[in-house]
Ligand binder design. Sequence first.
Ligand code: ADP
Ligand code: ADP
Length: 224
Amino acid sequence: PAAIEIRDLRKTYKGGKEALKGVSFDVPRGSIFGLLGPNGAGKSTLINILSGLVNKTSGSARIWGFDINKDPRNAKRSIGIVPQEIMFDVFFTPLETLELQAGMYGIAPEYRRSMEILRALRLDDKANAYTRTLSGGMKRRLLIGKALVHDPPILILDEPTAGVDIELRQQLWTYVRELHAAGTTVVLTTHYLEEAEELCDRIAIINHGEVVANDETGTLLAQA
Ligand code: ADP
Ligand code: ADP
C-alpha cells in the first residue's frame, strides 16, 4: 500500500466551517510529498486528523496500511510529526528532551537512539547544553529529532520553514533530503511554491478544502 491513503476525507468544525470537503490522495512510499496551499486551505486540519488531534467528520485515512480509527495506535506509531511551532522545555538539554520523548513512547533505554539522532542532526556537540541556549536553527533540528525518536517510516513537517530565513531554510532542506535518502517518506505542508518545487517529487495542491491538483512536480509545473 501507499505510505498514506486518504479517501473522501471531510471535516466540518463546530460552527459549520467546512475545512475539508472530500479530500482523496495517496502519498507513495519513498516520496517527498508536498501539500501546497494558501493559509486557510485545510492543510493543518488534514495533518491534525492524521496525528489524531482532530476528529474527522467522515471519510477514511490509512497510515502505513493502518486505519487511523480502527488501528490508531499503529497508525500513530508510523508517523513522526514536526509541528510548526517550537515547543519543548527549554530547561532540559537536547539529550534529555529526546530521552523523555522515548520514554513517552515506552521505548526501553537499550533501544533508544538519542545520541545517534543528535549526531545525524549535527547536534551531538550540544547534547548536554540547555536547550534555551541553542540557536533557532538548532531548535528546529531538535524538533525534527523529537519526531524521529520512535523511528517512524513517515515524517510529516508542518510548514517547516515558515518565518525562517533563507540560510536556515537551505539548512533544513538539507536535513530533509538526508532523511529521505536514508529511506524515510517525507510529507511537508507549505504555502511556498518554491519550497515544494525544490524539495518534492510529488505535489498536491489544496484550496478551500479541496484537492485541485495532484501530480509529479515536473508535470505539475509544466501545466502551470
Ligand atoms: P472537534 O475537533 O471536536 O470538532 P473543534 O476543533 O471544532 O472540535 O473545537 C475547537 C474549538 O476551537 C472550536 O470551538 C473553534 O471555535 C475553536 N477554534 C480553534 N481554532 C480555530 C480557527 N482556526 N478558527 C476558528 N475557530 C477555531
Ligand atoms: P491551513 O493549515 O491550510 O492554513 P487550516 O486547516 O488551519 O488551514 O484551516 C482551514 C479552515 O478551517 C480555515 O478556514 C480555518 O479558519 C478553519 N479552522 C481551523 N481550525 C478550526 C477550528 N478548530 N474550529 C473552526 N474552524 C477552524
